[in-house]
Design a protein around this ligand. Structure first.
Ligand code: ADP
Ligand code: MG
Length: 244
């Protein structure tokens, strides 16, 4: 589904991504791990078109997406959440998701059915799938930190993505929120056939959820493999898992 080859990105004289390689197949839950500053967020920004790569290739569903603008890449079927939640704080939970569904639907289907009805149904379905339907009338800014991050996932789902990219979905969450968020991520993959690429600091979460793991260090891909392969790799153990 997604193929990243030898990707590079520098900021002035600092190279943040310096030979990243990544493969994501349909239905996989792929975790990118690596210390702070390894280049994970930059890699995600390159994939989603929020940054342009200096060189390397990014293919999504057999299309080169390197040169596409962020909104074009989104239309190809990639949606993402940010490390810091990106929501409309003064709008209701419902309206936050509705805006996203509207912008996706408006293009193609509004001629065929009353757009408003369609969008309301779709918005409610998404809110239900993430467990926020009961809070649909709440003002987004009043939600708990955990619910704000879940709302951001709901907004991303409004784009009907095939690939969902989550940048530290559990950052700042309590252990309970972390557990329920990762249950949600697994459920979305299972029930909605979503493919998910995420980065995450908590190794227990990573090894519990990921079907595949890519390890980044100094902007480079150290290894990509199954959790077992990554756990067994001596370089990864020394560099990152603390020899554990
Ligand atoms: P991670 O998400 O793995 O913690 P990042 O991709 O955020 O890492 O950052 C990788 C490196 O690139 C860091 O050293 C960071 O300071 C640097 N960096 C990221 N974005 C920029 C930018 N816009 N300008 C300059 N340096 C940046
Ligand atoms: Mg980051």
């Amino acid at each position: 589904m997604l193929l990243v080859e030898d990707l590079h990105k520098s900021f002035e004289d600092f190279t943040a991504v310096d030979g990243a390689n990544l493969q994501v197949r349909q239905g996989e839950l792929v975790a990118v791990i690596g210390p702070n500053g390894a280049g994970k967020t930059t890699l995600f920004n390159l994939i989603t078109g929020h940054l342009k790569a200096d060189r390397g290739r990014i293919r999504f569903l057999d299309r080169e997406i390197n040169r596409m603008a962020a909104h074009e890449i989104c239309r190809q079927g990639i949606a993402r959440s940010f490390q810091i939640a990106n929501i409309f704080h003064r709008l209701s939970v419902f309206r936050n998701v509705q805006v996203s569904v509207l912008s996706q639907k408006k293009l193609s289907r509004s001629l065929f059915r009353p757009a408003q009805t369609l969008v309301v149904e779709e918005t409610r379905r998404i809110l239900e799938s993430v467990g926020l339907l009961g809070k649909q009338l709440d003002i987004a800014g009043s939600l708990s930190h955990g619910d704000k991050r879940i709302l951001e996932i709901a907004i991303a789902l409004g784009n009907e993505p095939q690939l969902l990219i989550l940048d530290e979905p559990t950052a700042g969450m309590s252990p309970e929120e972390t557990a329920s968020t990762m249950e949600l991520v697994k459920r979305l993959a299972r029930d909605q056939g979503l493919t998910i690429l995420f980065c995450e600091h908590d190794m227990d979460v990573v090894f519990d959820v990921a079907t595949h793991i890519m390890v980044m260090q100094h902007g480079r891909t150290l290894i990509q493999g199954t959790p077992e392969e990554v756990r067994r790799n001596a370089t990864v153990q020394d560099a990152y898992l603390g020899g554990a």
